[in-house]
Design a protein around this ligand. Sequence first.
Ligand code: MN
Ligand code: MN
Length: 292
Amino acid sequence: MEKEKIIKAGKIASEVKSWVKPKVKKGVPLLELAETIEKKIHELKGGIAFPVNLSINEYAAHYTPSYDDTSVAQGLMKVDFGVEVDGWIADNSFSVDLENSETNKELIRSTEEALKNAEEILSSSTTLGKVGEAIEKTIRSYGFNVIANLSGHSMEQYDLHAGITVPNVDNNSQTEFDEGLYAIEPFATDGKGLIHEGRKGNIFILQKDKNTRDPLGREILEFVKDNYGSLPFASRWVVKEFGARAILALNHLEGEGILYQYPILTEEKGKLVAQSENTFLIEKDNVVNTSK
Ligand code: MN
Ligand code: MN
């Protein structure tokens, strides 16, 4: 039954989160951290729903280490990862202050409290606008801005962004949640509250399955379809299978419009972004925070 799978994915996410939190320390290589989380998900018999996102300071989301990454954990870091069981996803994240900075800590607190306040009013008849309002009010009460153009989302089997947007601001939407699976993810910043697309972040997704002339590209495309289907994947996973020559082939596939590489979502340079995220199964008369 799908509910069992949704709950199981959430339990694994939750367990990985408590396990990894003490390991997130300043100076730890991001590559090591991402791989240790992904390995743990597998050990607990979950599938990886998307590459571990490790986004620092003004980077809000969509950075995963490359195969030869040399960057290390520092600053205000968001750890965002997803677990899937038969395609049913638990999407969750936490933020860590690695600088002993009061601003970082307050930003993190504001998103944690915003998520908690959203959860408190969540039900199948709550409107999307009300949740946005709760999030916005909470983060503003800390004196920070909400990132208005980042939002939560509905999820379906093997579909991370299934169409419904859960706003982080009061957009007045009267649409009710109804039953379903949702990720809610407040983002707070000391910047303007608007992210833009920066450089590419090593996370790909299959965009359009069509013929490619490059033999290695063809092989990689088959591998991607077999292993990741409609879910995002990391270039380093493909490098593990095909070697470093895969990078050029991935870039070609991207150029041909077959693959899409996500840009890093970023605030202005020098600004800070915190995020908290959980997945909620909303039933007619019940709400379960699956990844708590
Ligand atoms: Mn997430
Ligand atoms: Mn999400």
